[in-house]
Design a protein around this ligand. Structure first.
Ligand code: ADP
Ligand code: MG
Length: 292
């Protein structure tokens, strides 16, 4: 590392510590408002009571119907759990919502006015749909704070990144997110030194920096310790209401802790839906997924 970069790093740490001390002393101007972080995002019309609406969606891969007449909707602020056997189409459904895969037919709406099939992947992220993949993809050599800052930058080239400076709403947001993801004490640690669970939280934090309306999380607690899984359940419950969440998970005790309505996917469409108790008692669900 050049002396210049080292100086910049030291300055950044000093600035952060001063700011953290100011906040600890009660000097901050209250809770950050989410709306101030992103200024020019299109509003999502949820007046019909749905943030996400899929109807009769189909996708085939080489003649194999991975998604087969899938219809599903999610209410604003809802935390929906999705379960189902491997190959059911859970990840493919997320690929369709986020614009990674185009369906052959069907309807996919964000709120009642935004037709997601008219938008590409970056546009869909910009509209307020954040996605967490299974494997954490944090920048290992950067600190926790730097990772979160980077999530706000649109121009990620090194030169532009050096000139980038958070405004006060963004700094508020950064502290709020650090607290939410339980990483405030680790803010200056190198991301590569975090535990697997902490890396997952950091990646969720990077999504939260962009204030997503809808968060899609694919097997978020896979590989976590029991303790980390419990903390993640608390985290998701705290996000519910402020964001809508769609969580794909196989860990049934985790699903039991966080879920209201559970949707069971099988062969690319909805097999059953209800409380976890209801779907666990469903003969068809026992047959294809839970086992006898
Ligand atoms: N890009 C692709 N090309 C071909 N087949 C795919 C592709 N993506 C998924 N599939 C197939 O679609 C089915 C659903 O996969 P997936 O959505 O990953 O299921 P799940 O996440 O529920 O385990 C599987 O049979 C998988 O092999
Ligand atoms: Mg999957």
């Amino acid at each position: 590392m050049t002396p210049d970069l080292m100086n910049q790093g030291a300055e950044r740490v000093a600035r952060f510590e001063v700011e953290a001390a100011r906040r600890a002393a009660g000097g901050a101007g209250g809770t950050a408002s989410y709306g101030r972080v992103l200024k020019d995002r299109q509003a999502v019309d949820v007046s019909h009571g749905r943030i996400l609406y899929l109807d009769d969606v189909c996708v085939s891969f080489d003649g194999f119907k991975a998604i087969n007449n899938l219809s599903l909707d999610i209410a604003p602020g809802e935390l929906r759990c999705i379960i189902g056997p491997n190959g059911a189409g859970k990840t493919t459904m997320m690929d369709i919502i986020t614009g990674k895969t185009r369906p052959d037919s069907g309807t996919v709406f964000f709120g009642s006015t935004i037709d997601l099939l008219r938008h590409n992947e970056p546009e869909i992220a910009q509209l307020g749909i954040g996605r967490k993949f299974q494997k954490p993809t944090v920048f290992e050599h950067l600190s926790v704070v730097e990772n979160l800052e980077l999530a706000l930058k649109t121009d990620k080239r090194v030169g532009a990144s050096m000139r980038f400076k958070l405004d006060s709403a963004q700094t508020d947001r950064l502290h709020e997110v650090l607290t939410t993801i339980h990483l405030l004490p680790d803010a200056l640690r190198t991301a590569g030194n975090l535990s697997h669970g902490q890396k997952q939280w950091l990646e969720i934090g990077m999504l939260l920096m962009q204030d997503p309306k809808l968060l899609l999380l694919d097997e978020p607690v896979a590989g976590m310790t029991d303790h980390e899984t419990e903390r993640t359940a608390e985290l998701f419950l705290s996000l519910k209401g402020k964001h809508s969440l769609m969580v794909v998970e196989h860990d049934m005790s985790f699903v039991r802790t966080i879920s209201d309505i559970v949707t069971v996917l099988c062969d690319g469409s909805v097999l059953a839906q209800g409380t976890l108790d209801q779907v666990q008692a469903d003969e068809r669900v026992i047959e294809v997924y839970l086992g006898r």
